[in-house]
Structures are given as C-alpha cells and as structure tokens.
Design a protein around this ligand. Sequence first.
Ligand code: URA
Length: 193
Amino acid sequence: MAAREAAKSAATLDELRALLDKFDGCALKATASRLVFADGNPQGRLMLIGEAPGREEDIEGVPFVGRSGKLLDQMLGAIGLDRTKVYIANIVPWRPPGNRTPTPVETQICLPFIQRQIELANPDILVCIGGPSAGGLLNLQGILKNRGRWLSYQTGTREIRAMATLHPAYLLRSPIAKRLAWRDFLAIKKALG
Ligand code: URA
C-alpha cells in the first residue's frame, strides 16, 4: 500500500528515484549498499527490465555492469543498440544478499515502483529479462516456454508491446540457449523497425 501510494505520487523519473531512495518498506534496502535505479536513455524506445542488482551493480549503483551486463551489451550491440538508445532497470532495485533470487514478496513490494517507472519512461517496447521479471510484470510462469512471444503490457494509460527473453546469466551457464535469445533479439530489432 505504502509503495503504491509513493509510486503514484511521482510525476517524473527523478521524483520516483528520490521516493524509492526514501522508501523503507523492502527489507533488501537494509542489506544492499545502495539503490540501483536505472541506466541508459529514458527517452529510448526500448526498455529492458532485469531481475535485481548483483555484486558489481550494488557497488556501482548501475544495472547490468557485471558479467551478465557485458553479455547484454554485446547482444544489444548485435542489433545496433547501446545504452544511449535503451533504458535499463530491474524489477527489484536493491541487491538480494548473496545474489539470491528475490522472493515473490520482495518482488510484489517493489512492483508499484517499477510499474510507475515503465509508465513514466513510456517505451514502445518492453523486454523482461529472466523469470522473475517476466513473472512479476507479464504474469508468465516458465521463461523457457514463454520467451519470444509478443504480449501486451498495460501501463494504466496505454498498451505496450512486451516480450520476455532469457537472462544473460542463464546464457552464460547454458551457451546453447544463446540461439533462442538471438531469435528474440532479432524480433525486437524488427519490431523497432
Ligand atoms: N542481473 C540482473 O538481473 N540485473 C542486473 O542489474 C545485474 C544482473
């Protein structure tokens, strides 16, 4: 409730970041070093949403700067994109201890903030990276089964084309799956025109 009220009251992304920084309703804030709000271009047509910051992201305060982030940058580069054109955030903005997956309760608590962040950034295309993001924002259960399909995400004011794809951390563990992610990125490139 508190998260919903706070998130709704933010009129800009800067206000949202400031509100999130003051929000004490999520226990992860106490163990994380800092808030990891976003990177890239909030005016970009594509918004990517990952799971949660890891160790490097927690140190730098920037999403996707570790090993997964380097692979994500390569995948974006392969379709002619980089962080000057894309906006990047996470469904949970504080690092879970030991890089564990955020619990469903932690994700639910943070959900109003990322929903407002999407609404304010207002991208043309939303891509959820990995299971927790796809589950929390697109209601998808089972990323391998559901990745690569175009869906619709409702911001409250409009509909945005949305897709879930595999997390680069998974691709680092299972390189064979890179061809599936490549298919998704080609579809994203095509949708951007
Ligand atoms: N994994 C994520 O999901 N997000 C990050 O910011 C880093 C790694």
